[in-house]
Design a protein around this ligand. Structure first.
Ligand code: PEP
Length: 251
């Protein structure tokens, strides 16, 4: 059983096209020759195409920060799976906590996005995570199970490389508060059980589960040393070349 670690940078609503290309070039250079891990970046939609060109000669993968379930039509403000592919993406972040909590995306909508991405051949990165209030009310596992089951409803997986799950506790995103390595491992092991219930054991054991929430150059090694932590989804630190390159080089 092997799960190739994935370090993913979510640039959120940051960078002009020029800034994005400069940052992407630094990531591409640092990723040359890395064969035991994958590196992915998710620039804003406006910079996708320029970034894809900038990293074309490197192993860096590109993702959209969201994706629509429809291929075309009257969906103002949305981006179709084929448009992401056309711009150079192979992956799409779906259900990020900012989409859920600022823009009100429901599990049902997120599920449609996952199905749409998968149907078009993009790898969905399904993000799930509990709020602080839910953790304090001891609802963490109930919430995560519901988000996982609803997000993956009707999703068939025959190739474990074609789905990524990201556990991102809402209280840890952009707050500087990281889940402890024990908290992360506990949740990831729980999520592995849920997906083992949904998919065949040999498939579920190979699906990658990333941790996200204030990952930085100081905590990445300890998090990545956990048995069920297969990578990191990085926000703030992904915008700082030095920090992100150190994260890519986790030991
Ligand atoms: C994120 O945006 O997915 C994230 C985890 O952000 P940060 O690393 O800044 O907490």
């Amino acid at each position: 059983m092997s799960r190739t670690p994935l370090i993913a940078g979510n640039w959120k609503m940051h960078t002009t096209i020029d800034e994005a290309v400069t940052l992407a070039e630094a990531v591409a250079e640092a990723s040359q020759g890395l064969s035991d891990r994958q590196v992915m970046i998710a620039p804003p939609f406006t910079a996708l195409s320029a970034v894809a060109k900038a990293v074309a000669a490197s192993p860096v993968l590109i993702a959209g920060q969201n994706v629509c379930w429809e291929e075309k039509g009257a969906f103002t403000g949305e981006v179709a799976p084929s448009m992401l592919k056309d711009a150079g993406c192979t992956m799409a972040i779906i259900g990020h906590s900012e989409r859920r909590h600022i823009f009100g995306e429901s599990d049902a909508m997120i599920n449609k996005r996952v199905l749409g991405a998968q149907g078009a051949g993009l790898i969905p990165i399904l993000c799930i995570g509990e709020t602080l209030a839910e953790r304090e009310a001891e609802k963490t596992f109930t919430v995560l199970e519901e988000q996982t089951r609803k997000g993956l409803a009707e999703v068939t997986i025959t190739d474990p490389a074609k789905l990524v799950i990201a556990y991102e506790p809402v209280w840890a995103i952009g707050t500087g508060k990281t889940a402890s390595k024990e908290q992360a491992q506990e949740v990831h092991a729980f999520l592995r059980k849920i997906i083992t219930d949904l998919y065949e054991k040999n498939i579920a054991s190979q699906i990658r589960i990333l941790y996200g929430g204030s990952v930085n150059s100081d905590n990445v090694d300890a998090l990545m040393a956990q048995q069920d932590v297969d990578g990191a989804l990085v926000g703030g630190a992904a915008l700082k070349p030095e920090a992100f390159i150190r994260i890519i080089r986790f030991q």
